[in-house]
Design a protein around this ligand. Structure first.
Ligand code: ZN
Length: 145
């Protein structure tokens, strides 16, 4: 039987080594910088919104494996979603990494359920989501402190 934990680590490593949607979107309508001074993670999330939908999202910057993989999976997860669904996904993800009632419905994002045992890593895992949310709200900067 495959160890779930190992599988999760594989997904995280894969997205860390080959981050999806990595770059800065030239036609971005929204953009924010996210800082996690505790770990040294720094990312920029750029988003293009068409109507009430996220049509494209990219991220760049540098960070640890957890923050990079989380940003990569976040971009995959929210592309094509409405702004309302992005907010719901943010809340679901936040709940996943902070409480026992984590959502199984999050699909691939469930790989981050394990970080709830490491409170300092929660900030790494949620950085991209906080940055996305800041960008969508028109803020330029967000920090986990
Ligand atoms: Zn980190």
């Amino acid at each position: 039987m495959t160890d779930l934990r190992e599988l999760y680590q594989e997904v995280i490593l894969d997205h860390y080594k080959n981050p999806r949607n990595f770059g800065d979107l030239a036609e971005a309508t929204h953009r924010a910088v996210g800082d996690n001074p505790l770990c040294g993670d720094n990312i920029i999330v750029s988003v293009r919104i068409d109507g009430d939908r996220v049509s494209e999202v990219q991220f760049t910057g540098s960070g640890c494996a957890i923050s990079t993989a989380s940003a990569s999976l976040m971009t995959e997860s929210v592309t094509g979603k409405t702004l309302n669904d992005c907010e719901m996904a943010f809340r679901d993800f936040h709940e996943l990494v902070t409480s026992e009632q984590g959502h199984a419905a999050l699909g691939k994002l469930a790989v981050f359920a394990g970080v709830r045992e490491f409170p300092s890593r929660v900030k790494c895992a949620t950085l991209a989501w906080h940055t996305l949310r800041a960008a969508l709200a028109g803020a330029k900067k967000v920090t986990t402190e």
